[in-house]
Design a protein around this ligand. Structure first.
Ligand code: TXA
Ligand code: MG
Length: 485
């Protein structure tokens, strides 16, 4: 069992660190798993506890810039300037490493990453321990970074780990990592402190790594982080929350989680979804602060999907968008297309999602659809028998924009396929016909206006074809389909 400690146990925690122990502690960004930067054994223990690959280096934490010489050499004037403006705070600098800092800290790199955390408990702990502390984020590898002591506790149920409780972290996403050993300096990991802020305060021009190199220079960036159990879906731009929720067509709304602000939540029609309310109105900074807690909380509530807001063009949301992108399962989108988008294609999309292979999301559209029509009542009934809810479905027409977002497009019939090919030639290489997946070559004629029995046969035929389609996906049939947006 891990142990929750408070400020009054600071001496005790510092003593553990001095003796080569590991202590989790709060910073303003996320909780860290601390150990003395000069104790190899303790650092090995940190890697082991986290389950972290040993080629991923650690950040060394110091209380103020006067400690820099203890861990770095050839310190450039830019480092002093940056720390003058941004320390203490969520900025990590990569510098030339002092050779008596053990190799294991930097996974053998000749550099060392250093930061000056702002949380008073972190400051007090480092000073009391009297040594620089390495501290990776205190999550177990693959989990979202912890932003409360309880998150840390939940990740190490069977370890005797002292955890200093300093409340919820103010920033919520990890520090900006800025490499000062290259010219121009490069941001290896986006954080709350952006290139624009650095330019404005210091006049230094820094670039982001993605704009200079393909191969990640910061080894940590190659790992997929923050993977919750649920599939994380950033709300696409221009799509409403209700549309996004409806697309999933789940019978039980409790399987859908939304991280949303209160004002937006009040506008969502679909009742019963599990909500994590992060603030009064849309706010990128508050969303960043809440993101990891929301993912953990909604995951614990057992949802299958977590829809999170997007702040795509907001300059202060770079770190938030980066973490969302890393948490989001790379989603492949599949679009089913029929004529009116009220019977066959919504049933196909709902059936696909019901049996959904991991990482795929289906939706539907019609070649001659009126925007906003509900699904045919027979279709709703037939799907309800299978425990699938499409009562909230609203029809929409096929557009170039919609097609651009799809990995695969499936026409319900040969007529739809032909029409798509001629009207939307750009989609040809990603276009399939559902009939090709039918075990007995059934064609899927329009059941519109016919009896419930006809609908049932139609749904059954479509479902059989969907099974084969999912089989093909799971065998990797569409793996080399390129998403060209
Ligand atoms: O906000 C934070 O930085 C938190 C709190 C606890 O301080 N710490 C944190 O540490 O996020 P960690 O270990 O989860 O992430 C460290 C990142 C990784 O992406 C790693 O590859 C990079 O910093 N890094 C560390 N040392 C480096 C070095 N010498 N050169 C390049 N990248 C380095
Ligand atoms: Mg981390």
């Amino acid at each position: 069992m891990s142990r929750l400690l408070t400020e009054k146990h600071l001496k005790e925690a510092a003593a553990e660190l001095k003796a080569g122990g590991v202590v989790a502690f709060p910073t303003e960004t996320v909780y860290g798993l601390g150990a003395s930067a000069f104790r190899e054994e303790a650092i090995r223990h940190v890697y082991a506890l986290k389950g972290r690959p040993s080629d991923n280096p650690l950040i060394v934490h110091i209380p103020d810039a006067s400690w820099l010489e203890r861990v770095a050499v050839d310190i450039p004037a830019e480092a002093e300037l940056l720390f003058k403006h941004f320390a203490p705070g969520p900025l990590t600098l990569v510098l030339a490493r002092r050779m008596d800092v053990p190799d294991i800290v930097s996974a053998g790199l000749p550099t060392v990453a250093v930061r000056i955390p702002a949380h008073p408990l972190a400051q007090a702990l480092i000073r009391a321990a009297g040594v620089p502390l390495v501290a990776p984020s205190a999550n177990r590898s693959g989990k979202p970074s912890p932003t409360t002591a309880q998150h840390v506790h939940a990740d190490y149920p069977d370890v005797d780990l002292p955890i200093l409780d300093g409340g919820a972290c103010a920033v919520g996403v990890e520090s900006t990592v800025l490499d000062l050993t290259v010219t121009p300096p490069a941001i290896l990991r986006p954080g709350q402190i952006t290139a624009e802020m650095i330019l404005a305060k210091t006049g230094l021009v820094v670039v982001s790594e993605s704009s200079i190199a393909k191969a990640p220079k910061s080894p940590g960036q190659k790992y997929r982080h923050y993977a919750p159990q649920a599939t994380v879906l950033p709300l696409p731009t221009g799509v409403s929350w209700d549309t996004s929720i409806r697309t999933l067509a789940v019978q039980d709304p409790r399987h859908i989680g939304v991280m949303v602000d209160e004002a937006t939540y009040a506008t969502i029609d679909r009742v019963g979804v599990q909500a994590y309310l992060y603030g009064a109105k849309p706010d990128a900074t508050l969303a960043a602060q809440a993101l990891f807690a929301a993912l953990r909380d909604l995951d614990a509530r057992g949802v299958y999907w977590i829809i999170v807001p997007s702040f795509l063009n907001e300059p202060d949301a770079v770190a938030y968008e980066d973490r969302v992108r890393r948490a989001a399962t790379p989603v492949q989108r599949i679009l089913f297309v029929c004529t009116g988008n009220t019977c066959r294609s919504p049933m196909a999309a709902a059936l696909f999602n019901h049996h959904a292979p991991q990482g795929w999301v289906a939706s539907s559209a019609g070649l001659a659809a009126y925007p906003g029509d509900p699904a045919a009542s027979h279709a709703v009934q037939i799907m309800a028998r299978r425990g699938i809810a499409i009562a909230d479905h609203r029809s929409r027409p096929v557009t170039h924009d919609l097609l651009r977002q799809q990995t695969v497009v499936v026409a319900i019939s040969s007529d739809h396929e032909r029409f798509l090919r001629s009207r939307f030639p750009e989609v040809s290489s990603r276009l399939h016909n559902l009939q090709a997946f039918s075990p007995d070559g059934t064609t899927f004629g329009d059941p519109y206006g016919q009896s419930l029995a006809v609908y049932e046969r139609s749904a059954h035929g479509i479902e059989m074809a969907i099974f084969n389609l999912i089989d093909a996906i799971e065998r990797g049939a569409f793996d080399d389909v390129r998403h060209d947006s």
